[in-house]
Design a protein around this ligand. Structure first.
Ligand code: GAL
Length: 987
């Protein structure tokens, strides 16, 4: 594997010659062995600026077509490359990332950017994949992560977060110093990488007018600049409030280096909103809040998150998010954004990933699939198809980079909404056409401004709009060397490849489409496949081609003027999904057939292609003129030349072989919770005897501070042991606690179970409730009411800290016990507390391991010797209150060259009240709550899941004793299977 050290590449958005040098680094960048990086050029610095239309990257107009990806939600650096290559191949030219402070900081002053937390490696991988990066390190991020990204140790700090409080600012500066040192070398501006933009804070909507907010923002601005961040900065306005526009706080005398951005998550059932040129305008109109900076949506809904119990999507889980924000939603909402002049568009999420360990905020469970275009198991979904169509259109039709609102136009059917825009420099006109009704509208015509004057389009027949659909009609653009009067098929791609110009035009299968081109001489039109008609008017020099979209219709036009011919590929959606472009040093290639084209390289007469198949697939390549042969993943492919000027493989590329998955057998079992026994030695535990706390939860009068955070226990389960003696007669004990969603506690007195309490499952109106409090009152059995020494043992699962979206220190609301009172007597209790260590596991990080006995003693780790444990088989049915562990090992042996994405599925009778924490090779990959759900399958990322090696799976089962508990059925499931993939290094 090559060391990527002092290398640079030219592989970014079309027309943008990006050259940069990746900083020298220790670690190796994971890269497919057979992908050789494009041309190496010396270090160069670049400019990143903007005007009111778009970004200007080295002076070139650049629209950002960006997807949100969180490195911390994919704990396997090899797979970063897989995700990034998939996005670049699918037409994205950028990604946006949050950087999660808590993930990198187990303790004040301690910052870790190694292993799965190697942000530099991620930024290098993004640069290598040819993607620009927007970085968003907070300090506050929200993002449905624990405490909105604030580290556990910050919950005990007195300074009010997200203000100009000096204690808080000192913490924030410490983080920014650390993270900016990693980011700065990867900035595009200094030739080291592709970081293009940097966000300050996130959705900061507090202290807008009291001077606190502006002082805080000014501080962040100055700090980030002082740390050597030179790219333009921006803030993400929560919705469209016009907050933190340029000029609203001090930028230390610097001007023109700060952008306004906002976010939005409109209901998919609403009419797509006009948050720019065509909207209400003004401060709350979206991009109109900042007329001199380009329209910028730092987040626009690409799905939505789901809560414990699944009320958000009626129990369907993320399939529900993907169904409601589907490909049709994407076309309607994202094209409406483009029509409104939004040139920087970031879809949140594009790969959601996994909130593994104790990452999930109270409002979400383990999976953060989000219904995104790339699913949690890294499969390309049908939602990528419109993204690729639009992304490649932005890349190859430069006129779209600068658009003004043009004269209003109306279609022949008033149910079709028309957005008319034009490019003031090139004279191109674009009509963004949307059918807001649910039924198909046919025979639609539209008056269109063309270089030949106003024309009613189409000339033959009419346009068709399936219900709730949207498309772009372009006039005055170029396809290769040729001028287009108009095309009713949406342009997707155009380039000069080899000896011809090639253009791809798309739409829905069954759409009649028409393109009108200028032709100075009499052209020869050859329909190579499918059916199409054409007519030429010698007097007007116009060539018209009509077809109905179905698969790929190929039309070759020889213009009879001695210049290169134009190959038109009319592709319906399904066909467009099989088309891929990649740059090579000798010019672009266009490939048809496989499930993915990751990269292409051409050297002399050969083109080397790297990619994936998910089934037996055609391979057809349009390549630079010198190319006469092709390889696929390193193997020569026999090809012949077609009438389309392509090389076509004589036989199909193979799909992936089937992947055998082992059954999970040979389980070992051990019981736990010695902490509940009266004789347990807790002398090494911390005394819980503080009298004051920085928490926003008041310490109840007469009680010691029992909040777990105050004793350094921030993630996972916490044990309490309360010792008391004295007067007899206590008849019941009341335990008050505070937790995130689905918190629970269990209590024992002198080793006897008293009972458990579970917070309720959120209804849809409680989906955003973050702190749940309850008091559980347990009667004390008569035999335990006597005088003498007693021990009250309590296990609390606090779940997660609240996010701090309101900038009111909500992340400092208590977790754990808050008060303990007795009826019938008032014994004085001395408390001890024990929880998980944030520093014990420096590889898996602070959020991996909680405070169960098994975790404290390494039962989750692959190295733990469980041979003395009892052998059992699953399913199990066992009624108990407490904690039990199950361990097994298995070998995962995928065939060579196959990317098999594997999950762990658990199921059982839904009335059974228990939960399981899932550890694979020591990595805490999620929490399963059998009677709550909705998640039953947990992704096991390759790299943590080791190929051709022993994998150790451990389940820590907590049961409340009210029903029999499992585990029930536990099995490996194949979630994705592709021939290809990227090389995987074990984590
Ligand atoms: C946004 C926020 C993100 C995330 C998102 C919902 O408002 O900026 O961090 O919380 O909502 O997924």
């Amino acid at each position: 594997m090559p060391e990527i050290d002092r290398r640079s590449f030219t592989a970014l958005a079309a027309g943008t010659a990006a050259s940069f040098v990746l900083p020298a680094r220790r670690s190796t960048l994971i890269q497919p062995e057979n992908v050789v990086a494009p041309a190496v050029t010396p270090a160069a610095s670049h400019t990143v600026s903007f005007d009111k239309y778009s970004l200007l990257v080295d002076g070139r107009r650049t629209a950002l077509w960006s997807g949100e990806v969180h490195p911390f939600r994919l704990p396997s650096p090899s797979l970063w490359t897989d995700v990034l290559q998939k996005l670049r191949a699918n037409g994205y030219n950028a990604i946006s990332i949050y950087v999660n402070w808590s993930y990198h900081s187990p303790a004040a002053g301690v910052y870790d950017f190694t292993g799965v937390r190697d942000l530099g490696q991620f930024l290098a991988a993004a640069a290598q994949a040819g993607l620009f990066v927007t970085v968003r390190p907070g300090p506050y991020i929200n993002a449905e992560v624990d405490a909105g990204g604030f580290p556990g140790w910050m919950t005990t700090s007195s300074g009010t977060a997200r203000t100009n409080n000096s204690t808080y600012l000192a913490h924030a500066d410490e983080w920014l110093t650390a993270v900016n040192a990693v980011i700065a070398p990867y900035q595009y501006t200094n030739g080291g990488g592709t970081v293009l933009l940097y966000q300050l804070e996130n959705e900061y909507s507090a202290h807008l007018s009291d001077g606190v907010g502006s002082a805080y923002m000014a501080h962040l601005y100055a700090k980030v600049r002082a740390d050597g961040i030179t790219v333009p900065l921006f803030h993400n306005d929560k919705g469209r409030n016009g907050d933190w526009v340029p000029g609203s706080f001090s930028t230390n005398g610097e001007s023109g280096r700060y952008l306004y951005a906002f976010d939005g998550y409109p209901s998919p059932s609403s009419t797509p909103p006009d948050w720019g040129y065509f909207g209400s305008g003004g401060k709350t109109g979206g991009s109109t809040a900042s007329p001199n900076t380009p329209g910028f949506e730092a987040e626009f809904g690409g799905g939505w998150f789901d809560c414990w119990g699944g009320a958000e999507f009626s129990g369907q889980g993320y399939a529900g998010a993907r169904a409601s924000r589907d490909a049709v939603y994407e076309r309607r909402f994202y094209l409406t954004n483009l029509a409104n002049g939004i040139k920087l568009q970031n879809v949140y999420m594009t790969f959601g990933g996994t909130s593994w360990g104790w990452l999930p905020a109270p409002v979400v469970y383990t999976s953060y699939d989000y219904g995104a275009a790339l699913d949690e198991a890294r499969n390309q979904t049908s939602k990528l198809v419109p993204m690729k169509q639009i992304g490649l259109m932005l890349e190859s039709i430069p006129d779209l980079g600068k658009l003004d609102k043009a004269a209003s136009a109306s279609a022949s059917n008033s149910s079709v909404k028309v957005y008319h825009l034009s490019n003031p420099d090139t004279g191109a006109h674009f009509y963004f056409l949307r059918n807001d009704s649910s039924s198909t509208i046919s025979s639609v015509t539209l008056p269109v401004n063309t270089s030949g004057g106003a024309l009613t389009v189409p000339a033959s027949g009419g346009m068709r709009f399936p219900g709730k659909d949207m498309k772009v009609l372009a006039a005055g653009i170029k396809l290769g060397r040729r001028s287009v009067l108009y095309s009713t098929a949406q342009p997707m791609y155009q380039a000069t490849i080899g000896d011809q110009d090639v253009a791809v035009l798309t739409g829905r299968s069954g759409d009649p489409v028409e393109i009108m081109l200028t032709a100075s001489a009499t052209p020869t039109v050859t329909v190579l496949s499918g059916s199409a008609t054409s007519s030429f008017s010698a007097s007007s020099h116009r060539l018209r081609v009509n077809t109905t979209l179905s698969g790929i219709v190929r039309v070759l036009i020889n213009f009879g003027d001695g210049a290169a011919p134009l190959l038109l590929l009319f592709a319906d959606d399904a066909a467009s999904a099989t088309l891929w472009r990649q740059p090579t040093a000798a010019g672009p290639v266009l490939v048809r057939g496989p499930a993915l084209l990751r990269a292409a390289q051409s050297s002399g007469s050969a083109v080397q292609l790297t990619g994936d198949t998910t089934a037996a697939s055609d391979l057809e390549v349009w390549a630079p003129a010198a190319v006469t042969s092709a390889t696929w993943n390193g193997a020569l492919v026999a090809t012949s030349v077609t009438s389309s000027g392509s090389l076509l493989a004589s036989s199909k590329l193979a799909g992936p072989p089937s992947v055998p998955l082992p059954a999970l057998t040979g389980w070992r079992f051990a019981t736990e919770n010695p902490e509940s026994a009266s004789g347990f030695d807790d002398s090494g535990w911390r005394a819980a005897n503080k009298t004051s706390s920085a928490s926003i939860t008041p310490v109840p009068p007469g009680q010691p501070v029992l909040f777990a955070d105050d004793y350094g226990f921030h993630y996972g389960d916490v044990w309490y042991r309360g010792h008391y003696s004295g007067p007899s007669g206590a008849t019941s004990v009341s335990l008050s606690y505070s937790s995130g969603t689905q918190g629970m506690l269990m209590a024992w007195l002198d080793g006897t179970p008293l009972g458990t309490h579970r917070q309720p499952v959120p209804t849809s109106s409680q989906a955003n409730t973050q702190t749940w409090t309850a008091t559980a009152t347990f009667p004390i059995p008569s035999g335990l009411r006597g005088s003498g020494a007693h021990v009250l043992s309590v296990l609390v699962r606090p779940m997660a800290h609240s996010e701090d979206g309101g900038a009111n220190d909500a992340h400092k609301s208590a977790r754990g016990l808050t008060a303990v009172t007795f009826a019938g007597a008032t014994p004085s209790v001395g408390w001890r507390i024990q929880g998980g260590s944030v520093t014990a596991d420096s590889v898996r990080g602070p959020l991996n391991t909680g405070g169960l006995y098994g975790e404290r003693n390494g039962w989750h780790l692959p190295t733990f010797a469980d041979s003395a444990w009892q052998s059992v088989s699953l399913p199990r049915s066992d009624t108990f209150q407490g904690v039990r562990w199950y361990r097994t090992s298995f070998t995962f042996a995928p065939p060579q060259g196959v990317d098999a994405s594997v999950g762990l599925s658990l199921s059982d009778t839904s009335s059974r009240s228990y939960r399981a924490q899932i550890f694979l090779n020591g990595w805490n990959l999620g929490q399963y709550i059998n009677n709550v759900g909705p998640q039953h399958t947990f992704v096991l990322p390759n790299g943590i899941l080791r190929a051709n090696a022993t994998n150790v799976l451990a389940l820590a089962v907590l049961a409340d004793g009210t029903t029999p508990a499992g585990p029930g059925t536990v099995a490996l499931t194949l979630l994705g299977n592709a021939a290809g993939g990227v090389p995987i290094s074990n984590v």
